[in-house]
Each structure stands twice: as C-alpha cells, then as structure tokens.
Design a binder for this molecule. Sequence first.
Ligand SMILES: *Cc1c(COP(=O)(O)O)cnc(C)c1O
Length: 377
Amino acid sequence: MLKLPTLTANSPTIAEVDLAAFKENIRTFKQVAADSMLMAVIKTNAYGHGTVPIGLAAVEAGADRLGVTTVEEGALLRENGITVPVHILSSVLPEQAADIVTYDLTASVSSRKLANDINNEAKKQHKTVPVNLKIDTGLHRFGIEPKKAIQFCESCYHLTSLNWEGIYTHFPNSDEGDWELTEEQFALFLDTVSNLNDHGYNFPIRHVGASTIAIERKDMHLDMIRPGAALFGYEPASRQRDLISLRPVMTLKSRLLSVRELPPNTPVGYGGSYVTSSHEKIAIVPIGHGDGYKYALSNKGEMLVNGKRARIVGTISLDQTVINVTGIPDVRAGDEVIVMGSQGGDEISAKDIAEWMESNVDEVLSSLMERIRRVYV
Ligand SMILES: *Cc1c(COP(=O)(O)O)cnc(C)c1O
C-alpha cells in the first residue's frame, strides 16, 4: 500500500480553478442554445481542470450530458455520483464493452464488432444500452462513411439490447472558419440522416456542434451542442470575441524560490541558451516541462511578478523555469508569480502561452500534470 507523507505546507505551484466562472460559462451556452440540449465536453481531465469537480459543477449548472473520450474518465464520473448520460466521444476497443455497459456509458459506435460486443454484454447484464452512431463527414478519424450508413444499420440497428439514441459527426475546419467545407459536411450529414430515416432507422438526437458551431452557427445546433474548450473561457477563434462573453476558469500560480543578481556575460540554464547582457536579476519559478509547462516556452514565454511582465530566460527544465526580473522593484523569494492569469491589471492567458509555444489552448491546458495541485474556489 502506498504511503503518503504528511506535510506542513503545500507545494508552491497551484492551479486555481474558478468553479463559479465555469458555471457561468455553462449558463451562457445554455442561453446561446436554449432550444438544444447541452453536452459539456470535459475530456482530457476536463482540459486539465479536473474531471470530477468539473463534471459535478457542469451538471449543477444545468448541463444535460457530459462528454469524455476515455472509458476510464466516464467510469470515474459514475463512481463519483454523476448520473446524467456520459458520452464517450472517441472510438473504443470491443474489449471495453463490459465496462461501457457496467458504467452505463454512451459509446460512439461505428464498427459492427463493437455494436455486437456491447449488445452481447448488455444482454448479459440485462440492460438496454444507449449508443450513438458516428458518421465521418470529413475529419477522417473514425466513423461510418455516409454511403455505407444504410448497410451498417441493416446489420446492427436491430440488435435488441442497443438503443440507437443519437447520431453525430464532428467537423475538422470550423474553428478555421472554413464555412464552405463545413456547410458541405453539414449537408452531407443531414442527407445521411434523412436517408437513414427513410429506411426506418431513426436517431432522436442529432448533434454536430463543438464550441465554434455553438457560438457562430445557430442553424447547426440541431438537438444538442457539444462545447468543450470554450467552457473553460477560451473561444476557439479570435473572430468570436465579440459574439460571446466567457470567463477563463484557471489561474496558474507559483512562488519565487530564489532571486539573485548575475553579472554580464553569464550563461543561464542548460546549454547556456541565454546569456546576460548586463547586470541582471533572475528568479527561479518551480514549474517546468515535467509539469506540462512546455519546453517550447524556453526564451519565449512571460510571467507576471508584482504586476509586471518577466521574460523566461534560458531553457525550461523539468521542474524549474528562470525568469528575468531585472527592473521589477521589490522582488523577493516567496513572492507570488502568475504563470497564467491576471495580476495588477495585466493578464497572461492560455492563448498567449499557446502563441508563444506555437500550439493551441487545448494543449496548454490539458498538458498540466496531476502533480500541480488543483484548488477549487
Ligand atoms: C473535443 C470535442 C468536442 C469539443 O470541442 P471544442 O472545440 O473544444 O469545443 C466536441 N465534439 C467532439 C466529438 C470532440 O471530440
């Protein structure tokens, strides 16, 4: 049995999660799509915010359903008292059928083998299990090709322990604002659904809309929207800034471990990729790429100390980052440093960090490791 130490003080680096802001974002989306159901997509440890507390908050704020990508996340929600439908938005292995049925999860089905295995398992457990048919309209990850949908339903729709409750697709280029392609794919999806309906294959819940569609395309909301990243405060595209008002949910903060002065021409950190040009004051922040604060931020990112921006200097190590606090008055070891969030009227957002590391908000947030303590406020 693993023994956990008893410590007198908590580690300095924490991710503060503002549950009130999260709930407000949920309510904002409920207003945006008042005529559709809301599935809160909280995959990947709720984009780094913590699956269980965020799942509970989402349901409290009125989310009708939750979406995750792994069976493990779905089971975790169930073990912690979540009773609303939980969708698995990824494909799964047929071997996972038993867990899906045991935990009453709603699988995305696009293979006969999986349909049959879930059906057999459901029979065994004396249950009828809801499933969603995934149609591939162009993302080309998984899903049934539209022209094979009828054939698929001929072989699986009749399985008696399955309830084909929903049908959905996911768009590859809506965040980029490629409406021509997205509209084409939307039309293909609707065509496929109506063709299936004509053959007697009905799916009460049709859904296609992640954050971008939820924000920009009311005409594509259908029966349910599926926002994810936006629930955590970040609209996927800057063109959406004036269309919706969202509050960032996470503040990432730490405290300076030490502050020291270095003379000119002093290399800092592994490889000496930064060399001081004058007398400079540097400080150590206990966060590194081992925490998911990525190496790509080396010599690029910034943090806030005493309300002022301090640049990252040198390469980021596993557990530590060096920042340049030259010119920031009264900086002392122990001072709070904001890695992501607001301080003194300035703000460093997950979007800024994403730009510095040439990535996206999803990666910035979901990379943050479990060892960064989440504090829910
Ligand atoms: C991740 C995901 C979403 C949410 O996407 P956002 O762009 O973060 O809103 C919705 N649907 C599916 C199928 C997903 O995989």
